[in-house]
Design a protein around this ligand. Sequence first.
Ligand code: ADP
Length: 473
Amino acid sequence: MSLKRILRLKGTLLLRLTLWYAGIFTLSSLLIFSILYYKIQAVAVEEIRADILDDVSMYSGLMARGGLKEVLTELVDEAVNEDPEEEFSRLLDLDGRVIFSTEMSAWGEPDSYAIPESLRQGSEKRVMQVLSVPGREGGAHMVSALIGSGAVLQLGETMEDSGEYLLLIRDWFLAALGVIMLLSGVIGWVLAKRALGDMEEVTRTASEISQGTYDKRVRVRRRFKEIERLGGTFNRMLDRIDDLMRSLREVNDNIAHDLRSPLARIRGIAEMSLLNDKTAEEYRNFAVSTIEECDNLINMINTMLEINEIDSGVNDSHPETVDLTPLIRDAYELFLPLAEQKKVGITLDLPEKLPVTTERRKLQRVVSNLLDNAIKYTDEGGSVRIAAASDGKDVRIILEDTGIGISEADLPHIFERFYRCDRSRSQGGGGLGLSLARALTRSMQGSIEAESTPGRGSRFTVILPQTISVIPE
Ligand code: ADP
């Protein structure tokens, strides 16, 4: 790997995860090896001490059976086979006078292996000591023991033999640790790379999308649940953005379309007023038509701005207790002439009183919009029913008509801005009424639902909380 690539890894999650993995693995192995090493060392020390104590017991037995002579004979026999640098044996009287001793030149100052005071005073019969012998690693273990009356036996042995094994074990442990460090680094790297490789895919897709490839999606692999979730969420977000962009394009198209027709009409009127001479009455009619077209345009723009304002939450909220029954009755009376003119009957199904904490003006506009549509899209002889009821938690206002209905394909879109179902285009609506009704209902913390059977009629249900929480400004 080049230096440049290594430098680029600095600060990456990949490097960190690898180092953490390798570090934790190596440290745990080091801990386990150290515990094992010290356990083995302790066993080796125990063995040496047990050996020396066995010998002491053997010499005590000899002393009891055959006295000093037997002990001396055995000591001399044993000394022949001993390496004076590894082991020593001494026999002394309580005053420290040497009766027998192997070669002691390798065992340092005589003071270090003098008879311990506790033995001399008779408070202990055997004393174990650790001797530090010059030039020897691991030191030596020595026992001073009273065997028979007044005879002190001293036996010493270095850790040389077990020390060699321990050194070998230590070297093996160190070598194994090196291998573990290397392996854990490689395994950590591979694991981190696999996990982050999938994340890298999310990043790559995001960067492709930022360059304009909006139809790209992250390939969701089921290797790691977290990354699968990340990829899924990212894809859902992209779908949503895609939907938003599509509907934005549609809204733009619709706005362009809706602006073009009235502007073309205004232009036509202006052209006509330029052709030939016209009477004052005709000029007045042209002016009236132009004003009407302009009013429609201004209304459309104002409604759009209002929907945006309500959707963005800028709109002021002033909830009050409103009795729904008279509010709906007022709307009914307002639209009755229109209904009568279209020969559409309206029936009311309202409780005596229906108090709800909400915003009166917004609710009035929602009801008017829905009632206006119900009459507008119901043919002569049809009927409209307005009902309202509460289940204690929510209030439901239902507007049902026996009109032309809405097709299954149109139904999901009717609340979108400028959406008009084809069949109803001739009704001359601006396609903003339901968008406004939905924005208003949402701003009152409610919702609006539509069901319909083409040719049989539609039902719009406004659901509002009976009391709404007022968000402090
Ligand atoms: P418009 O001003 O065109 O009525 P709306 O946003 O109020 O716009 O409604 C969107 C479309 O939904 C309408 O163009 C119409 O096709 C359809 N629609 C709304 N209300 C009804 C209804 N009660 N019956 C049948 N179609 C309806």
